[in-house]
Design a protein around this ligand. Structure first.
Ligand SMILES: [Ca+2]
Ligand SMILES: [Ca+2]
Ligand SMILES: [Ca+2]
Length: 346
């Protein structure tokens, strides 16, 4: 596991987030032990019986451009028995084998906490669903409901933004069922956060109301990008806020400024490392809620051969995690695995 340019991070309690975007090939394990055959999960059956959450079973395919990428809700990506990261997507050749998020740090008593999976041969470190704000735990019904990807396309959200009020417009289910809030929200503030997937609150009532023009939040006009000369000038004239947080109409549950959907096609899902014991790594759970996006752009340039992954990582535990390292772990296989010469560009 590479160490993110040797930077050290501290994740504070609930109020602080880490946010990373990983471009594939940035970090890779060149000598990773290859996946060998069937899962060997029996040894962990006893641990899993006591679990609040059952292992994730759902998967989807990112396929908007020249790549077909298999993505699981378990935090594992790109393989299911065989490699399923296919480029070009019309063919059968795979350029990658497996990937997952690895994150670890030290708690206040000096104990190592770790969430890190490779091939899910031994079990799981991640489970679907958001954690409760109080207790950083989760119920099985919540795990089960969130064992799915919410798949959105930028053009679908844009059409809704432009046409939601038209008499002949029929709202797609993907817009209506967008997981802006917990599926079973009762107003209980000890449960999951009221705000989950990013949405633009067009009517400003603080709740996802797509019938009033709210939409899954893509930044169609690049208003959130402060680094363009145009946006700097607009901010100087008072046409854009100086900071994202002060901008009107951004859903207020988002703590990070750029809590926004990315790509032309986006797989959004939420998972955690607290649903049960870490049977894959044997590490101690941290109490992380992770909002993942797997996304891609359909373009006429090299972006069309790329896929991207971002993780909004929230520490829902009651302790600060210090000396925290995180990375995307990657096992690349360029076709046949035993004749590869693969490196990484840090
Ligand atoms: Ca609203
Ligand atoms: Ca490999
Ligand atoms: Ca090869």
């Amino acid at each position: 596991m590479m160490k993110s340019n040797n930077k050290k991070y501290i994740i504070g309690m609930n109020t602080k987030l880490l946010y990373i975007i990983a471009l594939i090939l940035i970090v890779s394990t060149t000598n990773a032990e290859r996946f060998k055959g069937d899962p060997i999960r029996k040894e962990n059956a006893a641990m899993q019986k006591a679990a609040a959450c059952l292992p994730a079973t759902s998967s989807s395919e990112l396929n908007v451009n020249n790549v077909r990428a298999y993505i699981e809700t378990s935090g594992s990506m790109w393989f299911k028995e065989i490699a399923r990261y296919v480029v070009p997507k019309s063919g059968s050749a795979s350029s990658m084998f497996a990937a997952a998020l690895w994150i670890g740090g030290i708690d206040i008593t000096g104990q190592l906490k770790l969430a890190a999976i490779r091939f899910r041969q031994h079990g799981d470190d991640f489970w679907p669903g958001p954690l409760n704000l109080r207790g950083a735990d989760i119920e099985q019904a919540t795990c089960t409901y969130y064992d799915r990807h919410f798949i959105m396309e930028k053009k679908t959200a844009l059409e809704h933004k432009l046409k939601y009020a038209d008499a002949d417009y029929a709202m797609p289910n993907s817009i209506r069922d967008w997981p802006a809030h917990p599926f079973n929200y009762t107003g209980d503030k000890s449960g999951p956060s009221y705000y989950l997937a990013p949405f633009f609150d067009a009517d400003g009532d603080g709740t996802y109301t797509p019938e009033n023009g709210d939409y899954p939040y893509y930044d169609f006009d690049n208003e959130l990008c402060p680094w363009t000369d145009e946006n700097r000038a607009r901010a100087a004239r008072g046409e854009l806020p100086q900071t994202f947080e002060t901008k009107n109409n951004i859903s207020s549950g988002g703590i990070m400024a750029d809590q926004v959907l990315k790509g032309d096609q986006t797989l959004w899902w939420v998972f955690n490392d607290k649903g049960a014991a870490h049977t894959e790594s044997k590490g101690s759970p941290i109490g992380l809620e992770i909002r993942g996006q797997a996304f891609a752009f359909a373009t006429n340039d090299e972006l069309n051969n790329m896929t991207f992954y971002s993780y909004e990582i929230i520490n829902r535990s009651s302790y600060e995690l210090t000396e925290t390292y995180f990375s995307q772990w990657v096992d690349p296989d360029l076709g046949y695995a035993r004749d590869d010469y693969i490196g990484c560009d840090v």
